[in-house]
Ligand binder design. Structure first.
Ligand code: ADP
Ligand code: MG
Length: 361
């Protein structure tokens, strides 16, 4: 099983967004081809690869052809239907494995998994009815947060329950959004800051962990990542330890990004897991020995992992909508790297690119 992917082999990537694009660029440097599978034409990842299958994720015939055309499969977002990953895994190695995807695409399973692994999270409960909601809100206290168990991102599918929120109305709104995966209620964490840790695990079980970074959101979308996170050594060690532990427990082959809340009394609570490269790891392209994208390719190709060490401190800023064109026009700082994703339509809130400012001492 410890077979290294030979030069010229093909990595299949489910999803055609910027994470796939940057993974494909890293794969190309190592002599691998990438074959993108996504529903839309002209996707950011397709622009930098010669092979794309444009098909729905439930298209069994297209999935079978894709499996036959690639040597290993990975994904760049976790909302690929589990059955698609499972179908592919019958024919070709899927890394991270389908079970990892199954856990990470559902907030309840994710938090149950953390609980079983002995890793703290915010208090949570599944919510299946207005009655559940009344009972649990009474138990957790206000404020708290009601989230769809599946398919949420950038704050979508979340309802804040404040002092005056009418629970029946909230449930009516939620029930529309939730079906069929259900909802989860979480206690509100009054965090001091949010961090994330990206851990890689190779086929031989080696793990490498990037430094914890600090994430600042605007309107629930990641705005800036500050590298490293401004936390104590104790929190850094705890966060890295959690990442290493979860990577082992989940049987990772590839990358796992872990979002965490840090409280004023230095508790570390896991919020979300992503089994793929992560927006908060973009700084590694310019300021780490091995980028998260190269690390993913190395991990799934059976190559030795690279050093995750940072070469400089950095601040990564996302460019949403029109900000990308503006950043390009105003680009002047020689220590700032600009990355654009090749998306033609600059819709408001859409991730169009990012900058990484290197802070060298
Ligand atoms: N239980 C919570 N307590 C406090 N803030 C939260 C909680 N859950 C989410 N948030 C805030 O909302 C943001 C988005 O929520 P998250 O669960 O990460 O979903 P997603 O990133 O998929 O939209 C978090 O980064 C955090 O700022
Ligand atoms: Mg999140």
């Amino acid at each position: 099983m410890l077979k290294t992917l030979p030069p010229g082999a093909t990595i299949g990537i489910l999803g055609g967004g910027q994470l796939g694009r940057m993974t494909a660029l890293a794969a190309a440097r190592l002599g691998y081809r990438c074959h993108i599978y996504c529903p839309e034409a002209g996707a950011p990842a397709s622009q930098v690869t010669s092979l794309t299958t444009i098909a729905d994720y439930s298209d069994q015939a297209a999935l079978a052809d894709f499996a036959a055309a690639v040597d290993v499969v990975t994904y760049e977002f976790e909302n690929v239907p589990f059955v698609a990953a499972e179908t592919l895994a019958r024919h070709v190695p899927v890394r991270p494995g389908p079970e990892v995807l199954r856990i990470c695409q559902n907030r309840l399973r994710e938090k149950d998994f953390c609980r079983e692994a002995g890793v703290p999270t915010a208090r949570f409960a599944p919510i299946g009815s207005a009655r559940d909601l009344h009972e649990r809100v009474a138990e957790f206290g206000r404020p708290c947060v009601l989230k769809t168990a599946e398919l949420g991102y950038d704050g979508k599918g979340q309802i804040a329950i404040g002092r005056d929120t009418d629970l029946d109305a909230a449930w009516a709104r939620a029930a529309e959004a939730a079906a069929p995966a259900g909802m989860i209620l979480e206690e509100f964490v009054d965090f001091r800051l949010e961090i994330s840790v990206i851990v890689a695990r190779g086929l031989d079980g080696t793990r490498r962990t990037y430094v914890p970074v600090e994430n600042q959101h605007k309107h629930h979308i990641l705005d800036q990542t500050i590298v490293p996170a401004r936390v104590s050594e104790k929190v850094t060690d705890k966060a890295k330890g959690i990442a290493r532990h979860l990577a082992e427990k989940i049987g990772l082959a590839g990358l796992l990004a872990i979002e965490m809340f840090i409280t004023a009394d230095e508790r570390v609570l896991v919020n979300e897991l992503a089994p793929r490269p992560h927006n908060s790891g973009h700084w590694t392209l310019d300021a780490a020995v091995t980028s998260q994208f190269e690390q993913l390719v190395r991990a799934i190709a059976g190559l030795p992992l690279g050093a995750p060490d940072r070469l400089a401190d950095a601040v990564m800023k996302n460019l949403l909508g029109d900000e990308a064109a503006a950043a390009l026009a105003a680009w002047s700082d020689p220590n700032e790297k600009l990355h654009l994703y090749g998306k033609s339509e600059a819709r408001p809130g859409r991730k169009m690119g990012h900058t990484t400012k290197l802070i060298r001492r």
